[in-house]
Ligand binder design. Structure first.
Ligand code: KDG
Ligand code: MG
Length: 405
């Protein structure tokens, strides 16, 4: 079998997604997700100009060799654009291998380690009351783990919310430039414990809760937040500080027993190596797309397992149903899988473009045993939704200082 073409699509169905199809001379094709939120076209060009020409004529069954070829062969290793492009190729190759074998990808990885995949959903709101109402309905829907995010009263928008305008993850293409939000750490630190106090008071201790700080604290502030939230027994606190300097987590770890999660922007195991090896985190959030594919993610999982770190892959709305499917196969297999971020079944338009048989029952996600990844991409439907430039927001402190969003 040989690769005859690699097609790259960028469409805005509900939001922008970069999708690839690897076509073979035997008619079998594989699909992959190369979406890099706000930088989609960089990945499209990388795939079209720098990857596709090198893969035509190669044997798609050689997944490992192709991965090494793209990673080592670029000379310019790592980085989100390169690794997302490699991730898309890798997913599509696993899809082809599964289709050829007549097996779902989780079987190729080693088979199921569990009957279904525990999912966590988002309860976002403009006020604590709104978040509590959403949390209540999610518990009724069957969620066992929920992430809570509330806007700060009086702020222009906080992570997970957009100040009453559009949801943060919707297409922002009506704004020519990144939306600008405001951040105030002191107000946040005073506010967020109340969010979790209310959740425990109203819904008890059984529901597992988590929260995403989105890289907005300093290490000592992060240590304090971890302590403040200890009474509310979080499953994890995510991205308290950026991990550019992995040593930073030593300070946080010395001060709090709240479990820590990080990794959605990591591109290779090297971003997580010290965090894992020194047991400075509890959950690794690397994704099949931004982390370079299923091939490296399974190695990260095995490495993490040696240090009792569990996998909790990123699953925000900017990861397409193809990445979602790839994660579910990975999660079914990974012995040290913990929880999968899951934002629902998408809009009707998305479901006309991405065909994917997924079920959610009593907190667990299930996929069918279709060969490969079990997700298809309808090119003709996708063409109805042309790409629209859209940025993630940026954040400033109230005095105008640029901050992390
Ligand atoms: O594109 C960025 C989003 O995927 C990110 O902000 C979502 O932090 C996120 C999460 O945990 O889902
Ligand atoms: Mg996050």
């Amino acid at each position: 079998m040989k690769i005859t073409a690699i097609k790259v699509f960028v469409n805005s169905v509900s939001r922008n997604f970069v999708t690839i199809k690897i076509i073979t001379d035997e008619g079998t094709y594989g699909v992959g997700d190369g979406t890099l939120n706000g930088r989609e076209i960089a990945v499209v060009k990388y795939l079209e100009e720098h990857i596709a020409p090198c893969l035509i004529g190669r044997d798609p069954s050689q997944i490992e060799d192709i991965w090494q070829y793209l990673f080592k062969g670029a000379y310019w290793r790592k980085g989100p654009v390169t690794m997302t492009a490699i991730g898309a190729i890798d997913m599509a190759l696993w899809d082809i291998k599964g289709k050829v074998a007549g097996m779902p990808v989780y079987q190729l990885l080693g088979g199921k380690s569990r009957k279904g995949v525990t999912a966590y959903g988002h309860a976002n709101g403009e006020s604590i009351d709104e978040v509590m109402a959403t949390l209540g309905s999610m518990i009724e829907e069957g969620y066992k783990v929920v992430r809570l995010q509330s806007a700060l009263p009086g702020a222009k928008g906080t992570y997970g919310t957009m100040g009453g305008k559009k949801n943060y993850y919707e297409l922002q293409s009506d704004r020519p430039l990144p939306p600008e939000l405001e951040w105030n750490t002191a107000k946040y630190m005073n506010f967020v414990p109340e969010l979790f106090r209310r959740a425990r008071a109203e819904y008890g201790n059984e529901i597992r809760l988590c929260h995403d700080v989105h890289n907005r604290l300093t290490p000592i502030e992060a240590a304090r937040l971890g302590k403040l939230l200890e009474p509310y027994d979080l499953l994890f606190l995510e991205d308290m500080v950026p991990a550019d300097n992995q040593d930073t987590f030593k300070l946080i770890r010395q001060h709090t027993t709240t479990p820590l999660a990080i990794g959605e922007i990591f591109n290779t195991v090297w971003d997580a190596k010290d965090l894992i090896q020194n047991q400075l985190i509890d959950y690794c959030r690397m994704a099949v797309s931004h982390g370079g594919g299923i091939t490296p993610l399974r190695k990260v999982a095995d490495f993490a397992a040696m240090y009792n770190v569990r996998m909790a892959p990123h699953g925000a709305p900017d990861l397409s149903p193809i990445a979602c499917a790839a994660h579910i196969h990975f999660d079914l297999w990974a012995p040290n899988f913990a929880v999968q971020e899951f934002v629902g079944f998408g809009t009707p338009a998305m479901n006309s473009v991405f065909k994917f048989d997924l079920k959610f029952d009593d907190g667990l996600l299930y996929i069918t045993d279709a060969p490969g990844l079990g997700v298809d991409f309808d090119e003709a439907e996708a063409a109805k939704y042309p790409y629209k430039r859209s940025y993630l927001p940026v954040n400033r402190l109230e005095d105008g200082t640029m901050w992390g969003w």
